[in-house]
Ligand binder design. Structure first.
Ligand SMILES: Nc1nc2c([nH]c(=O)n2[C@@H]2O[C@H](COP(=O)(O)OP(=O)(O)OP(=O)(O)O)[C@@H](O)[C@H]2O)c(=O)[nH]1
Length: 153
């Protein structure tokens, strides 16, 4: 199939959309997290002590930078944090959560691994967790909502 470059108009609309979602306007930080499955189990990582929510489990990811799409952000973060090359399959949904220190919109992206082997930097442990066990793991509050409102429905 013929692959076309996005038009200038499309690029401008996309850029203004990204800007409109910037924390400067919304007070909310966009955070992407990767939902990656292997043999029916979900990849989860435990945040290192000393970081906000240290010791809590989460789906790997991070903050979306200004002028970056959620897809670009998740691919960058997984490469930086886990040395994994991932591709986005689709966006599953998002939740808004207010912590005492930060308000986030956590965007869950279903991804598949294209290459690499997990090497931890910001986390001290990772696990593959079955759907039925997700509720018994000590996830960050926003992730609990991703589990309840998106993965378990
Ligand atoms: N990466 C990630 N962060 C999450 C998840 N759930 C959740 O509440 N968060 C929160 O989102 C915020 C931003 O995540 P982060 O600290 O990993 O982002 P980052 O690596 O880009 O930030 P940094 O470079 O400032 O350290 C943190 O307060 C973190 O606790 C999740 O599933 N994945």
């Amino acid at each position: 199939m013929l692959k076309r470059e996005p038009s200038e108009n499309f690029k401008a609309v996309r850029k203004s959309f990204i800007r409109a979602n910037s924390p400067i306007f919304t007070g909310m930080v966009n955070v992407v997290c990767a939902i990656i499955q292997k043999d029916g189990k979900f990849l989860a990582c435990r945040r290192k002590q000393g970081k906000a929510r240290g010791g809590k489990w989460e789906f790997p990811g991070g903050k979306v930078k200004e002028d970056e799409s959620p897809e670009e952000a998740i691919e960058r973060e997984l490469h930086e944090e886990l040395s994994l090359d991932v591709k986005v399959d689709r966006m599953l949904g998002s939740v808004v959560h207010h912590y005492p220190d930060i308000s986030i919109r956590l965007i869950a992206m279903k991804c598949f691994v294209n290459g690499g082997t997990i090497s931890l930097t910001d986390h001290d442990e990772f696990r593959w967790i079955s759907l039925s066990k997700l509720k018994s793991v000590d996830f960050s509050e926003a992730d609990c909502r991703i589990i309840d409102e998106i993965l378990l429905v």
